[in-house]
Design a protein around this ligand. Sequence first.
Ligand SMILES: Cc1cc2nc3c(=O)[nH]c(=O)nc-3n(C[C@H](O)[C@H](O)[C@H](O)COP(=O)(O)OP(=O)(O)OC[C@H]3O[C@@H](n4cnc5c(N)ncnc54)[C@H](O)[C@@H]3O)c2cc1C
Length: 449
Amino acid sequence: MAENRVFSNPGPSQMPSTADVVIIGGGPAGCGALWALERAQPGIRAVLIERGHQLGSGASNASLENFRTAWNSPCNAVMMARSIEVFHNPEEYFGEGVSVGARTRGYLFCGFTETQAAKLRADVDHLHSIGLTHAQYLDHDEVQKQFGWLGKNLIAAKYDPKAGWLDSYALVMALASTARNAIILQEIASTSIIVEGGRVTGVSTPNGTISTPNVIIANGADARATGRTAGVELPIMMRPRQSFTTGWRHAEFPADGPMVIGAAPFQHVRPEAQTGAIFGWEYSWNDKKRRGPGERAERELIDPIYPTDYWKDPRFPSMLLTIMARQFGHRSGGFSSGQYLRGVDHRAGYYVYRDDTAAYEIGADRRHMPYESQRAILDEHPEVAGLFLSIAHVGHGIMSSPAAGEIIASKVLRQPLPHPVYADFGFNVHYVEHDSSGLASDEAAIIDR
Ligand SMILES: Cc1cc2nc3c(=O)[nH]c(=O)nc-3n(C[C@H](O)[C@H](O)[C@H](O)COP(=O)(O)OP(=O)(O)OC[C@H]3O[C@@H](n4cnc5c(N)ncnc54)[C@H](O)[C@@H]3O)c2cc1C
C-alpha cells in the first residue's frame, strides 16, 4: 500500500487514540468511503477497521466483478454512471500508473419467447425514458447478426453496451491506498461502537479504544451485529449467492464477448481471462420452505452463517449449465459441454438487502407490501447522531463503491449530496419507483406476496 499506515493486529503504540471518523469494514463500501472522505476533505483523520487479514475479505471475493449502466431506478443509474467514470479514469482518481482492470464488454439480457421479447423492449423503452438512450433493444435479426454464436433459440435482447467488468481487489486497494492520511487497522477481531447521550463518541476494540464523533458501518453481512453494539437494529437481511469460475470456455464464446444473462431464473456468464468463464445465478436456496398459504417464502437470513462455504450447493454448477444449455438450445457443445465442469472453483457470499421494514409499498388498504429493493442505505441513522451507514449493497456494491463513498462522505461532512437523486438512498425512504429490478425484470424480482 502507498503511504497510508497499515497495521495488522496493532499493538498499543500503533493504535490511534482519536479520529475524525472511523469506518468499520474494509470491503468496497468501506474503502469507497475512505477514498471519498480524503478527496472531499484532504487530511481528514480517518481510520478504517478490517476484521480480516486483508482488505476485501467479504462478499467481493465471490463476486463476478461486473458493472452495468442500465438501471431502472434513476438513483442507481446515476450512481453507477459516476462510479464507471471513475473506473475508466483510474489515474485521475487514484494516481499515476494505477489500473482497476476495467473492460467494456456489454451485458446481453436474452429473450427466447415473444413474451420475453416484449418485456425486454418495454425495459429498453423505460431506460430511454430516464435518459439511458444508449441501451439497445435487439430484435431477432439484429441479435442473430451480432450474437448468433449463442444459438437459434435467441430471438431478442436488451443490450447495455457500456457494461463490463473489472478487478475488484485492485479497486479495493486503489480506493484504500489513495487515502494517504488514513490509518488502516487489519485483524481487529471485534469492534463495538460507543454511544453516549444519543451520539457516537468512539469505538472499542480488543486492541484499544478510539475516540471519534463519527462512525461509518460498512461491513456488509455483519452490519446488523455491529449496529447492535450501538443499540440499534439495522433494517437489513441477506441471502447467500453462489458463483463459480472455470478455466475453460466453449470456442464460439469469444474472449471479447459480453456478459450473457438468460431468461428467468437469470443465470449469467461472462468470459474470464483468456480461456475461462465465470458463472452466477440468483439461485433461491430456500424457496420450498413456505410458511403457509399466501405467506412469503422464507428466503432471507437476519444474521450470516460462516464460513459461507456452508451455502455451496454441489449441484449448483451443473444445474446452472443445464438451464443455460436448455434455454440456448445447446444439445451438444456450447453450454452443454461437460468440460465446463472440470476444475470448477465454486464460491459463496451474501447479497445484503433492505428488509421489509425498509422497502415496502403501501397498498390501498394501508398494508405494507414488501418488495425486493435494489437500493443501498447511505445515510446517518435517524436515532444516533454520528452513526452513518453504507449498507445493503445487494449485488452491486463493487460497481457502486466510488459513488457510494461520495454519498456517505457528503453525509459525514455535512455537505450537500453530490446529486439530488441520491436522497433516494435515505434510511427512511421505503419506496422508489422501478427499484425492484436486479438482473430480473421488475415483476419477476418482486418477492412473493
Ligand atoms: C455471488 C456474488 C456475485 C456478485 N457479483 C457482483 C458483481 O458482478 N458486481 C458488483 O458490483 N457486485 C457484485 N456482488 C456484490 C458485491 O460483492 C457486494 O455488494 C459488495 O462486496 C458489498 O461491499 P461491502 O463492502 O458492503 O461488503 P463486503 O464486500 O462483504 O465487505 C465487508 C468487509 O467488512 C469486513 N468485516 C466484517 N465484519 C467486520 C467487523 N466486525 N469489523 C471489521 N471489519 C468487518 C469483512 O471482512 C469485509 O472485508 C456479488 C456478490 C456475490 C455474493
